[in-house]
Design a binder for this molecule. Structure first.
Ligand code: FE2
Ligand code: FE2
Length: 158
């Protein structure tokens, strides 16, 4: 019973993570496109966003492999489990998919708000990883611990 519960818990946890990492890198892709068109010469800014995008994509792939190697599919999880979705809805009053990234980036105030959303999502994510690394249900899964350690290292750098 306990093993069953643990396995369900980890499936759900992995599913929430795979959703959020995917949501993260695909949203950063949109930001990147808009930043490239507004500040094409700002190589430093573009490079830092690219690094962030690459990290989030790497996290997504780690969870995907974790599922694949167990022969499992992630559970269906949607935007109510998305942290970036929630922050965007609070700060912009609309869903991510309805957000016009170009308009946001061409307005300094809105752009600052977007940066704040990204930063809040990251801070939240970092705290969450610290909690999960100490969580008894997670500690049984060595591979998951390894994934969370990598995320823990990546977060402050981007
Ligand atoms: Fe991530
Ligand atoms: Fe991150």
């Amino acid at each position: 019973m306990k093993a069953w519960f643990r396995s369900r818990y980890l499936d759900l946890l992995g599913s929430i993570y795979i959703y959020n990492e995917h949501r993260g890198y695909t949203s950063i892709d949109r930001v990147l496109e808009a930043v490239r068109s507004r500040w094409p010469d700002d190589a430093e800014l573009i490079a830092s966003i690219e690094k962030h995008r690459a990290d989030e994509r790497k996290h997504y792939v780690m969870f995907r492999r974790w599922f694949e190697d167990q022969g499992k599919m992630p559970l269906m999880v949607e935007r109510t489990c998305g942290h970036i979705d929630r922050f965007v809805e609070i700060m912009f009053g609309r869903r991510i998919d309805d957000l016009d990234t170009r308009t946001v980036i061409s307005d300094d105030r809105l752009f600052a708000r977007l940066c704040r959303v990204i930063s809040l999502t990251e801070q939240r994510g970092y705290k969450q990883v610290e909690i999960l690394l100490a969580h008894p249900l997670v500690s049984h899964d060595k591979r998951l611990i390894k994934i969370f350690r990598i995320i823990e290292q990546d977060e402050p750098s981007h």
